[in-house]
Ligand binder design. Structure first.
Ligand code: ADP
Ligand code: ZN
Ligand code: ZN
Length: 825
């Protein structure tokens, strides 16, 4: 009897449950050997076969001895890690995300890991064009490289055939490490701006009174004297002076200038720096002003009783310096800190600023970074290295393997881009960060000049601590905001193109003072559309339900949804008339008008088109900062994280279109956007000016913006949300249906809608047809479910899943693409 028991233990078959990076709810079980069971731990990766000979990277979730029901467990292909790369707290966080946002654990797994960790048989790889070290390749590696020299891309499946075995992941991994190959999709470019050398007087000599003394000093060196005099001439333009510029204007050589630098009369400096490399120089953190110190004290006191605190501080109040002080103490005690920002706010400016304080502790993590860099950051966080103690990143940095997280900052917490729309997991980074922090027993600081209604509500309810900072640093006044009635201006014929006479005067005044101007043009709904003057028809995208937009630079029409493009036609497709007009206006058109109005000034444009390519975004910011651009026209991108000392005027060209957007958040968003954009004016010393052009200056939101009345805005919006059943009083879940067959999606969505209505009655809206009802030939329908606060959320979601399962068991409905978005924004 005794012996028999031992035998069964010895013969026990070992299994693992794994998470596969696919949208299936179930976990799958694989068979492992006793030795493997000994070695494997939760959070390690294994390669497994799934489906028709597909190989995936899967994550070990459980090790046990229970055979799966209903299928024969397969063996694993191989083990990919020596130690876990995902920890227990991450798995708990993933489980919350999957449950709350109604997706699979596999969806979260796929989103969480850098793609280099997720090789699968469908992954395509290609050769890095300038790789070195061909001699250091093993035989198998060499075979792969050779094949890639004949064929640009190979799938891992094909590689399995080339080397004649299935266990190729380690070979691929090695080639990735050696930077010989890269994974498709990601053609990353490293940003290496050229360093432009500027020159300035050292602080000793930098006053006009010192000029006679200075000239005396260089009196006998004719060339040096010439350079100094020319410098004063150039300085009158108030722009930074390039070394080459001084050389040319003074007709001297680099050596002459260098000798002046050696004499400590001039010094060199650079405006743009590489965003990754850290030059090692650090500076002490700034001493907080009295008001910052009070806010700081209130935050730390608030953290004694609350785990989350909202800091509402006007633009340029010095929130960042407060974060810096909070971070500093934690880093010194060895803790990890996460600083979350919306992607567009992750600018060189901010990163550089933080590098100066925390160079040795800081790593940056976001999607623009190369695969290798992201893997490196992951590993550094996993090993709790000093270099990765402070992570600054966009929403996906939530998924890093923190083990010792003590503090999370969510800056610009009101930003809608914290929500991921597509694909699943459709999570909100702010909310997911709060959950993550709770798992780590860490504190969260939400910061904004214009908090979201939700967060402000939570603070009012006492759920979050609340601290306010109403003064700009250095007591610079908030900008003076002027509303310009363009209805009136049109009537009196005082418009030139899209500019009122008033705005033009303000621009001229700023330019006369050698100051810079930012002009904001909201993108949404503003694309220039072509319309036939004779019959009124606009050319449509053949694949989507939208009008094509006109791009004057290439003289072509484009679809912003699917990328379709065609040359600008000469005649109307409907009636043949040749009277085609461009309607509406985009940033491009504004730029052209400005060039005509201010021919002697340099105009720049910042929007999706100009910033797409090789770090165009950083380039334009650099140029603006170096004052090579006088007027910058741009979209939303202008509103975040930028600090330009010399901007004295911000113009908003048309406020109405954002206000009229059909969305329950349109008013809140407009308020936030206008206040944030205005905040770019007059950040240094002098009070800035803002002009807002509108057809309706009495609109309550514009009144609130111009008087800086957040509280009034909040109260009004909250009342509307209450009345019309929107967040924060109701939660929203949006279901989207898509299919190429119009009737099928219609029927499916109706069926789903009826099933939901029988449960949730009036709280189901739809199915509705969205404003853009077809994209890439897929017809779209929406259903929105409103969930009152007292209704049990988890139970509600379960019921929705039940309907979804029933839906997907109907043969005709199964091909309909369906996704669920919780807390839809
Ligand atoms: P916010 O994040 O609230 O917009 P910032 O932290 O960017 O404000 O501060 C605005 C400007 O004021 C920055 O140029 C910053 O360097 C400066 N500043 C803020 N606090 C201090 C301080 N305590 N000492 C010196 N300069 C400060
Ligand atoms: Zn299209
Ligand atoms: Zn026509």
């Amino acid at each position: 009897m005794y012996i028999l028991i031992i035998v069964t233990i010895f013969n026990a078959i070992h299994y693992i449950n794994v998470i596969l990076p696919i949208p299936l709810q179930k976990e799958f079980t694989y068979k492992i050997t006793a030795a493997e069971a000994d070695f494997l731990q939760k959070g390690m990766r294994v390669a497994v076969e799934f489906g028709k000979s597909k190989v995936y990277t899967a994550l070990v979730h459980e090790i046990h001895e229970i055979a799966p029901e209903g299928y024969e467990a397969k063996e694993i292909h191989q083990i990919l890690d020596e130690t876990p790369i995902v920890n227990e707290l991450q798995l708990q966080h993933w489980a919350w995300i999957a449950k709350y946002y109604m997706c699979s654990l596999g969806d979260v797994f796929r989103a969480a890991l850098p793609s280099a960790f997720l090789l699968e048989s469908e992954t395509e790889i290609s050769l890095i064009s300038d790789f070195k070290g061909e001699n250091e390749l093993s035989d198998n590696e060499f075979l792969i490289v050779e094949a890639l020299q004949h064929q640009a891309r190979l799938s891992i499946h094909q590689i399995m055939e080339i080397v004649g075995k299935k266990n190729v992941f380690p070979i691929i991994k090695e080639l990735l490490n050696k930077e010989v190959i890269s994974i498709k999709e990601q053609i990353y470019e490293q940003y290496k701006p050229k360093l432009v050398k500027y020159i300035q007087l050292t602080s000793t000599w930098n006053t006009p009174e010192k000029l006679p003394e200075l000239l005396e000093l260089v009196n006998r060196a004719k060339k040096q004297r010439e350079a100094v005099l020319t410098y004063f001439q150039l300085q009158a333009s108030k722009k930074p002076i390039k070394v080459t510029q001084l050389q040319e204007a003074s007709n001297t050589s680099a050596a002459v200038i260098k000798s002046l630098v050696d004499k400590d009369i001039f010094e060199y400096y650079f405006i743009q720096k590489d965003r990754i490399e850290f030059n090692g120089k650090t500076s002490e953190i700034k001493t907080l002003s009295e008001h910052q110190q009070i806010a700081y004290n209130e935050i730390t006191t608030s953290f004694e009783t609350k785990s989350t605190v909202l800091l509402k501080g006007v633009t340029s109040s010095g929130k960042t310096e407060i974060y810096v002080k909070l971070i500093k103490e934690l880093l010194e005690s060895g803790k990890q800190v996460l600083y979350l920002l919306p992607e567009i706010a992750l600018t060189t400016q901010l990163i550089e600023r933080l590098q100066h304080y925390f160079g040795a502790y800081l790593s940056v993590f976001h999607s623009k970074y190369s695969m290798n860099e992201r893997v490196e950051v992951w590993n550094n966080v996993l090993q709790n290295k000093q270099k990765a103690q402070l992570i600054i990143g966009a929403r996906s940095s939530l998924f890093l393997p923190f083990s010792n997280l003590s503090f999370v900052i969510v800056d610009e917490e009101h930003e809608p881009s914290f929500k991921q729309y597509d694909p699943a997991p459709r999570y909100h980074a702010r909310d997911a960060a709060i959950v993550l922090a709770n798992l780590h027993k860490a504190k969260v600081l939400l910061g904004s000049a214009t908090p979201s209604i939700e967060s402000f509500y939570n603070a009012q309810q006492g759920k979050y601590g609340f601290v306010e900072l109403n003064r700009r640093f250095g007591n610079v006044l908030l900008p003076e905001i002027e509303l310009v009635d363009i209805k009136e201006k049109h009537r009196k014929k005082r418009m030139k193109g899209h500019f009122s006479d008033r705005l033009l005067i303000m621009i001229q005044e700023a330019l006369d003072e050698k100051e810079q101007v930012i002009l904001f043009q909201n993108r949404r709904g503003f694309a220039p559309v072509v319309e036939c003057e004779t019959c009124g028809v606009s050319p449509q995208c053949p694949q989507c339900d939208v009008s094509l937009t006109f791009h004057s630079y290439r003289k072509e029409l484009r679809c912003h949804y699917c990328g379709y493009r065609q040359a600008m036609p000469h005649n109307c497709g409907a009636c043949g008339s040749n009277k085609l007009n461009t309607k509406g206006f985009g940033t491009e058109q504004i730029e052209m008008e400005l060039q005509e109005l201010f021919p002697d000034h340099k105009i720049g444009r910042m929007d999706l088109d100009t910033t797409r390519g090789k770090y165009g975004y950083q380039k334009i910011i650099g140029q603006f900062q170096a004052q090579e651009i006088d007027i910058l026209v741009g979209t939303q991108m202008l509103s975040k994280g930028l600090d330009f000392a010399n901007v004295s005027l911000v113009g908003i060209l048309n406020a109405d279109n954002m206000l009229n957007f059909p969305d329950f958040r349109a008013h809140e968003r407009s308020y936030q956007l206008m206040v944030q954009v205005s905040g770019r004016a007059g950040r240094d010393k002098k009070r800035g000016k803002v002009a807002i052009q509108t057809f309706n200056p009495y609109h309550q939101i514009l009144q609130q913006v111009s008087t800086n009345s957040y509280d009034v805005m909040y109260k009004e919006q909250l009342e509307e949300r209450w009345q019309y059943h929107y967040p924060p009083f109701y939660r929203l879940i949006k279901i989207t249906f898509r299919h190429k067959d119009f009737n099928r999606v219609e029927e499916g969505a109706n069926w789903f809608g009826k099933s939901l209505t029988s449960m949730f009655k009036d709280n189901v809206l739809g199915p509705t047809t969205p404003a853009v009802s077809k994209i890439r030939n897929y017809y779209i329908r929406h259903i929105i479910i409103k969930i009152p606060q007292k209704q049990h959320l988890a139970a509600t979601k379960k019921n929705i899943i039940r309907v979804k399962n029933a839906f997907q068991s109907v043969k005709e409905f199964r091909p309909i693409r369906l996704n669920i978005d919780v807390d839809n924004y």
